[in-house]
Design a protein around this ligand. Structure first.
Ligand SMILES: Cc1cc2nc3c(=O)[nH]c(=O)nc-3n(C[C@H](O)[C@H](O)[C@H](O)COP(=O)(O)OP(=O)(O)OC[C@H]3O[C@@H](n4cnc5c(N)ncnc54)[C@H](O)[C@@H]3O)c2cc1C
Length: 509
């Protein structure tokens, strides 16, 4: 069974196409199979400093200079103005109570703004995936990937010399043999079904579901809220979150008049649940807007421009994500929740690891290590977000929990930028010898201890990695990006204020 390709990738989302480009740069012959065709809708749109940094690292390491401008708003706009994109200066959170308008308290206790960048030029983005993914697949083709869209794979047989794929493409039978297969087809995707891989679950994680679409004519939240004047960044040029007991909503604006919005919430689990018919999604959406009158005002003129999408259950975890001659990318192995926008960075970390596995010949030990890391990253994410769901109804505890995320993300980003990745082992520092055990305990206690005492312990726990001035009551729930905070934290990064200054200058700051 001689292989037609060194590598076959199933699914041409951004992750499949990016891995295809990298593999081509490594000199491999690559088949990229897509069930649908581009441009197409895809959910998962908001990038973060860490995901953009990994995009840059991969673009540099594998000589993909055309991807590098996509890692920042300014260079993206200058280079690819026709690719839809949103400006993301940070994360904004507004806490709501059902049946009441948002108050905008004078002490700002019902809001939290955390900047991720000090100006628009170096800001993060929301990727308008129909444009972004189509661009990436074209780049993969340009680099010599054999791309087959509108292809329905019906079987997959891993054997000693390769993986045999069969299906139908363009009305004809399709067959190919690849030396190695990567599944980039998303949760409960191709290999999950073709190989009957058993599903597992995340420990201590609630059942959640999501309802979402793309809209036009969504109001700008801050236009209606004078209390936000003087904020460190425009609250709408961000990943804007509305939070409430048991759930949260995202609002992501693109520069083409389209806004992505949806909400995720816990659902009662247990016997009898399946017997309750799901209400009509449009009615469900209207009911949601009625429950939260201020959000209802923001969406008063909004029109959905595509069919409603519903994911129930939202979270998924596989029991295995590698086998002889195959591996799944992180999104095919599991997904937790869009809160904190962890999807892209997990995908990029997976691509980075898998590229190294491919470089070293896909040995059993390398694959096993890939599986361990991939599932451990997903489990760490689920611990964070599981804790978040328990405190979404309590703004004080929720803010403290976000600090666990922002502290580990900003510390990891800076350590990587300083060329010292060993300081930040594992996604969310899950392997950090001092921080990880403390964070694990705190997350297991989130929502199960009085908020005031728990929040104080969060501030104490993150102190050794707090390089962003987090948990500072003097900031009044508004966190800008302050170079001085980073300089003051230099020793925590085994660095000096001068080296931090040089790093900031190299980032154009
Ligand atoms: C509601 C929601 C919101 C999210 N928001 C964010 C966010 O804001 N930020 C973030 O970082 N992450 C977010 N994510 C996660 C994000 O969606 C993923 O990280 C990202 O889409 C992964 O890209 P991908 O290329 O692996 O998969 P996808 O984008 O899902 O692409 C998979 C591709 O595989 C194709 N395919 C599927 N089955 C087959 C098959 N059998 N044969 C051939 N092709 C197939 C599909 O057509 C598709 O083109 C979100 C996820 C969800 C569910």
């Amino acid at each position: 069974m001689p292989a037609d390709f060194d590598l076959a990738i199933v699914g041409s989302g951004f992750a499949g196409s990016l891995l295809a480009m990298i593999a081509r740069r490594m000199g491999l012959s690559v088949l990229l199979v897509e069930r649908g065709h581009h441009p197409r809708f895809a959910i998962g749109e908001s990038s973060t400093p860490l995901s953009n940094l990994w995009l840059e690292i991969l673009a540099d390491r594998y000589d993909l200079p055309r991807l590098r401008p996509l890692a920042q708003w300014g260079t993206w706009q200058a280079t690819y103005p026709r690719l839809g994109c949103g400006l993301k200066r940070g994360f904004s959170y507004f806490h709501h109570r059902a049946g009441e308008p948002w108050r905008g308290q004078v002490d700002r206790a019902d809001q939290l703004l955390v900047a991720a960048s000090p100006n628009d030029a170096v800001a993060d983005t929301h990727w308008f995936r129909p444009d972004f993914d189509a661009f990436l697949v074209e780049e993969a083709i340009r680099l010599g990937t054999d791309y087959r869209d509108r292809t329905d794979l019906t079987s997959c047989e891993p054997g000693p010399c390769g993986v045999r794929l069969e299906g139908r493409s363009g009305g004809r039978e399709f067959r190919a043999v690849a030396g190695f297969l990567v599944d980039a087809s998303g949760p409960r995707g191709f290999l999950h079904r073709a190989l009957g891989i058993p599903e597992a679950s995340f420990d201590d994680f609630p059942r959640t579901r999501a309802l979402f679409s793309h809209f036009t004519d969504v109001g700008r939240w801050a236009d209606d809220q004078p209390v936000l004047s003087g904020a460190p960044f425009p609250a709408d040029d961000a990943a804007l979150h509305h939070t409430f007991e048991g759930g949260w909503m995202w609002v992501l604006r693109f520069n083409n008049g389209i806004t992505s919005a949806g909400f995720a919430e816990t659902v009662p689990d247990g016997p009898g649940r399946e017997a309750v018919p799901d209400p009509d999604p449009a009615a469900c959406w209207c009911g949601f807007l009625e429950r939260f009158p201020s959000i209802g005002r923001q969406f008063a003129a909004a029109k959905p421009i595509r069919p409603w999408m519903r994911t129930d259950p939202l979270a998924f975890r596989t029991s295995r994500c590698v086998g002889p001659r195959w591996a799944q990318l992180p999104m095919a192995a599991g997904f937790v929740d869009p809160l904190f926008s962890t999807g892209f960075v997990l995908s990029l970390l997976g691509i980075e690891r898998l590229a190294r596995v491919l470089e070293t010949g896909c040995g059993e030990a390398a694959l096993a290590a890939y599986e361990t890391e991939t599932l451990a990253d997903l489990d760490a994410t689920a611990r964070l977000i599981g804790g978040a769901y328990r405190v979404l109804g309590d703004p004080e505890a929720f803010e403290a929990l976000t600090m666990l995320y922002f502290a580990s993300a900003s510390f990891s980003e800076t350590a990587l930028r300083l060329g010292n990745p060993g300081l930040a082992p594992g996604f969310l520092l899950r392997s950090h010898p001092r921080i990880a055990p403390a964070v694990r305990t705190l997350l297991s206690e989130a929502g199960r201890r009085p908020a005031i005492e728990w929040s104080a312990r969060v501030a104490e726990a993150i102190e050794p990695i707090n390089v962003a001035g987090l948990c500072d009551p003097a900031k009044g729930h508004w966190y800008g990006v302050e170079a001085n905070d980073l300089r003051a934290g230099a020793a925590k990064l085994e660095s000096t204020p001068e080296a931090i200054g040089a790093m900031l200058r190299s980032c154009g700051l």
